[in-house]
Ligand binder design. Structure first.
Ligand SMILES: [Cu+2]
Length: 149
């Protein structure tokens, strides 16, 4: 499951924003409960995907913390809170067959790296999407806009 992803093509759009020109985004999270760019530790609150350039968009998440698991889940913005709430019944792990989820990693325990590939053909520029961590209590500090162009 471990996979090293080069971030050379990525550039910052604005504070917290990441445009992943190489169709991959490498994130990390630790016990501070933030999504951050891998290695630079800049907080990420917005991800922009160019669907024409990236029919498949890959996100990796490395858990650099010691105390808690994290995941990376994408839904429509309108579904995010409900999906997160439903996952609370199963220790923050959403159901695999939840049709509202456009993609999610497994729950990454400390020192684990997880990965998810998104089929961007199923996403549109008109829709507002959100990424978040669905582990218990993480939703409000670990979330951001997932923008498809
Ligand atoms: Cu988390």
């Amino acid at each position: 499951m471990m996979k090293k992803i080069a971030m050379t093509g990525a550039m910052m759009l604005a504070a917290g924003g990441v445009f992943a020109a190489d169709c991959t985004l490498a994130l990390q999270a630790d016990d501070m409960m933030q999504f951050q760019k891998l290695d630079t530790a800049e907080q990420v609150t917005e991800v922009v995907v160019d669907k024409a350039a990236c029919p498949v968009f890959t996100v990796t998440l490395q858990n650099k913390g010691m105390a808690m698991p994290h995941n990376f889940v994408v839904t429509k913005d309108a579904d995010a809170e409900a999906v997160n709430g439903d996952a609370a019944a199963t220790m923050g792990v959403p159901a695999d067959d939840d049709a509202r989820i456009l993609g999610m990693t497994a729950m990454a325990n400390p020192s684990e790296t997880v990965e998810v590939k998104f089929d961007t053909s199923k996403m549109t520029a008109e829709e507002a999407y959100k990424f978040f961590c669905s582990y218990l209590g993480h939703f409000y500090s670990m979330q951001g806009k997932f923008i498809v162009k």
